[in-house]
Write a protein that binds this ligand. Structure first.
Ligand code: SAH
Length: 336
């Protein structure tokens, strides 16, 4: 609940409205895990809250730590028994958490493990927020960056996503800077346009993965609904409205989209935009037969893009020994 909702609840219960602010601070600022921690509330009020409301919705069921780079992967159980995963990444500039926005996903991207069984259900704002709250408490370290790049398509869960971002970046909560929040989408054009009009300062990342419609349709069913021209126009609109540089994610799949011609097409497609291209060597998923491009191929692709004047980085791979890529840990757990 946000402050307005808490105020309504308190008023309806015959409580003073300043109680709402106190509870809000316990929930979103101090990350209380139990109503009994809320010591400035009367015992009776704490009891009343406990009878009616769930304060926490996530139960950590598994934590894996990478022996390569300290990346941690968390599997959380939701109240209905479903599970979601989140990843904690430690960088020099701060700690980053990659969260899930849905259980499963209905976008069907061919290379993605989250898509294999389709969508189970979207996550509530609480279930998104608490991935960050729980990880902050479990690691004892402040989270400075949040990327919505875990399981699910965030823009397919639009209203919950917006509420989540507002709570996450609220000055009376964890107060994570909007500029440190990135939302990644497979390219749902109407929602991208709506997001541009929200007045937020978050970064939009667009999963491109191919630079022409024909190839993109083979990898991502969503490309049958929106053409690249429409998607790129929506990116340009996002930049125009927010001033935030777009990130393009491009997963390199051996023999599919990693050739010189692909690089040239990509440069032509995005070259006119204020953007940044992030190359990701595709993570092999057991159920799929995509093979990652060799490191020489990845480097050649990067050099080619740079020659065309594109800002480009290769995503540093982290947590590969702990099923780092989208949906892999949950799948393994489900199979067990
Ligand atoms: N649904 C959103 C966010 C989730 S996935 C989206 O599509 O952007 C985050 C990123 O990881 C996306 O760019 C997605 O295409 C990519 N991805 C998914 N599975 C992958 C894999 N096996 N290897 C490399 N990248 C993958």
């Amino acid at each position: 609940m946000d402050l307005e909702e808490l105020k309504e609840v308190m008023e309806a219960a015959g409580e003073k409205s300043f109680r709402a602010k106190q509870i809000y601070e316990w929930m979103h600022g101090k990350l209380a895990r139990d109503f009994d921690e809320m010591t400035n509330l009367s015992k009776a009020l704490r009891e009343k809250c406990r009878e009616t409301y769930l304060l926490t919705v996530l139960k950590p069921v598994k934590v894996q730590e990478s022996s390569l780079d300290g990346t941690k992967k968390f599997l959380f159980e939701l109240p209905d028994g479903n599970t979601v995963e989140s990843v904690w990444l430690k960088y020099k500039h701060g700690n980053s958490v990659c969260i899930s926005s849905q259980v499963g996903c209905r976008m069907g991207c061919r290379f993605c493990a989250s898509a294999i069984d389709g969508l189970v259900r979207p996550l509530t704002p609480s279930e998104m927020l608490e991935q960050i709250y729980a990880i902050t408490l479990l690691t004892g370290e402040r989270v400075s960056n949040v990327v919505v790049m875990g399981m699910g398509e965030p823009l397919d869960n639009y209203n919950n996503l917006i509420k989540f971002i507002k709570l996450l970046t609220d000055e009376n909560g964890l107060h994570i800077s909007q500029r440190n929040v990135t939302v990644s989408t497979c390219g749902l054009v109407p929602q991208m346009e709506k997001l541009a009009d929200e007045g937020l300062q978050i970064t939009l990342a667009l999963s491109l993965h191919a630079a022409n419609d024909e190839k993109r349709r083979q990898l991502m069913p969503v490309a049958k609904k929106y053409t690249l021209e429409e998607v790129i126009d929506a990116c340009a609109y996002y930049f125009e409205k927010t001033g935030r540089r777009i990130t393009f994610e491009y997963s390199l799949i051996s023999g599919k989209n990693d050739g010189e011609k692909d690089a040239k097409e990509l440069a032509r497609l995005v070259g006119h935009l204020n953007c940044h291209v992030n190359l990701i060597p595709v993570n092999p998923v057991k159920e799929r037969d995509f093979v990652s491009s060799s490191s020489e191929k990845v480097l050649a692709f990067k050099n080619k893009l740079e020659k065309y004047g594109i800002n480009v980085t290769i995503r540093r791979e982290m947590g590969r020994d702990i099923d780092g890529a989208c949906g892999q840990l949950r799948r393994r757990q489900l199979h067990r």
